[in-house]
Unconditional design. Structure first.
Length: 489
């Protein structure tokens, strides 16, 4: 059934979307336009999801001999000297007949023995946004791009200090990933994304066989709240012993539409962004149920009032400055990893659209007829998107897969209230009560541990893309997640 509460987002976020879907949340807005063209069932269980979405999954293992050596990156343009880890970039074919291939960037662990470290797959959301441009270049990768769009500097809090980190641009049509069958882009959705990511992993591990059986974790943010548990489900369904899935980690993730949306407006009110009258009207007149078929005039009027708030603020971090310059500068500005630069996307886009950078990454080998963009403009619509992934999270827990959900507490796009409301739907017993966690004698955030191996944590002072705002706190978070230990209290 077409879900009327998503109409509210269509109304609400239309005024704050940026050009070329330059942010993950803006790509999520596009999904709300697509929802008018499709039906989004709420699966009752993981088995239902499997039957509806993945029953006909098939894959091929393609020859990978010699490809790893060809993917090794000698040096990225503008890269600092004395790099103490290996990095790779290239394509993995996921459908030879269609000519569909996914681009990856891989940063091995900073360690005398990378084989002692786990493997983490990072997925950005959207849907349709780049894990290379956002995850690797703006958040948790080994380098950040300076304001000249040419020079890289080292990220001291990169996640490859605790793991081998694999960044995947998915699905085809995102970033440098492509298909030679253009109709593939009209079939993109959650199902195709999970299928292709699984086929990618199977083939990537043939190319990098030393990672077969290695402790493996999937992490991601935003609409990867769908991607991460859906890929985990696919791995569990196929019982692939080469992929030793140990845990999943979801940041500011889209999990359960009804409670996600209720939490959105409650967050606006609790952070003094909308009036008592506006939130009262939303509570009284708006129906966030997936069964709702229409909304009242009063609901639309109340939501329209919230539009005006984010014409002047950054919804991805309600306290961050906006990018007010033209972006790239002739020479690099002085930069600190501790100070968020709101124009960072401009620097990354300039860097990744440079021919010598693409050559060094082994990217854009087919000479795509469009420029690299942080979020794809290739998808006419998004074919399938269930209203909840809570059954898949429960499935992970039932299979002893560690689950951490975390939230930057100043993100207004998928706010902390949305995540808390959604997880409360699981009705889990509490193992460790809500308490602060610390780093360097400062509160890093708050956490709660539930029975069944699920942890929810907040990151203080972080927006939608948490490592962009609080890199050290994000590194501590993933370190304790990988070790299976509670955050330091």
């Amino acid at each position: 059934m077409v879900r009327a509460f998503l109409c509210l987002f269509l109304c609400f976020f239309a005024s704050i979307a940026t050009n070329d879907a330059a942010r993950q949340g803006d790509a999520l807005n596009k999904l709300y336009f697509d929802v008018f063209k499709l039906k989004r069932p709420a699966p009752a269980s993981a088995d239902t999801y499997a039957t509806n979405a993945l029953s006909d999954l098939s894959f091929k293992v393609y020859p990978q001999q010699g490809l790893k050596e060809g993917d090794k990156i000698g040096k990225l343009p503008g890269q600092p000297e004395r790099i103490d880890f290996d990095q790779y970039g290239g394509y993995v074919t996921v459908d030879a007949e269609a000519g569909r291939a996914l681009f990856y960037y891989f940063a091995e662990a900073v360690s005398a023995d990378p084989s002692s470290k786990p493997l983490v797959l990072w997925l950005n959301g959207g849907p349709g946004c780049s894990s290379l441009g956002y995850g690797a270049m703006e958040e948790l990768g080994p380098f950040r791009v300076m304001s000249d769009g040419k020079t890289l500097f080292r990220n001291p809090y990169a996640w490859n200090r605790v793991a081998n980190v694999l960044f995947l641009e998915s699905p085809a049509g995102v970033g440098f990933s492509y298909s030679n069958t253009t109709s593939d882009y009209d079939k993109s959705g959650d199902r195709r994304t999970a299928e292709d990511a699984y086929v990618f992993l199977v083939n990537w591990m043939e190319r990098f066989p030393e990672y077969k059986g290695r402790d493996f974790f999937i992490a991601g943010e935003s609409y990867a709240g769908h991607y991460v548990p859906q890929l985990a489900h696919t791995i569990l369904q196929h019982n692939d012993t080469n992929i030793n899935l140990k845990g999943i980690m979801i940041g500011n993730g889209v999990i359960n539409d009804e409670t996600d949306n209720k939490g959105l407006y409650d967050y606006f009110w609790t952070h003094a962004l909308i009036s008592d009258e506006t939130i009262d009207a939303i509570h009284k007149y708006c129906n966030f149920s997936p069964d709702a078929t229409d909304q009242t005039k009063q609901c639309y009027q109340a939501v329209d009032v919230t539009d005006q708030v984010f014409e002047m603020l950054d919804i991805y971090n309600i306290y961050a400055p906006l990018c007010s310059s033209s972006g790239v500068t002739p020479s690099p500005k002085r930069y600190s990893i501790k100070n968020f630069d709101p124009c960072t996307y401009d620097y990354v886009a300039a860097y990744l659209n440079t021919a010598e950078v693409q050559e060094a990454l082994h990217a854009n080998v087919t000479k795509l007829n469009y420029t690299w963009s942080g979020c794809s403009r290739q998808f006419a619509q998004w074919m399938d998107s269930p209203s909840t992934v809570l059954p898949l999270i429960k499935e992970c827990m039932a299979n002893d897969v560690r689950v951490w959900v975390y939230s930057g507490d100043v993100d207004g796009r998928v706010p902390v209230t949305s995540s808390r409301y959604s997880l409360n739907q699981l009705n889990l017993s509490i193992k460790t009560e809500w308490q602060p966690w610390f780093i360097n004698n400062e509160v890093g955030g708050y956490s709660i541990i539930y029975d069944g191996n699920l942890t929810f944590a907040t990151v203080r002072g972080a927006g939608h893309e948490i490592p962009s705002y609080q890199a050290l706190r994000a590194l501590i978070l993933v370190k304790f997640f990988l070790n299976g230990k509670p955050l330091p209290s």
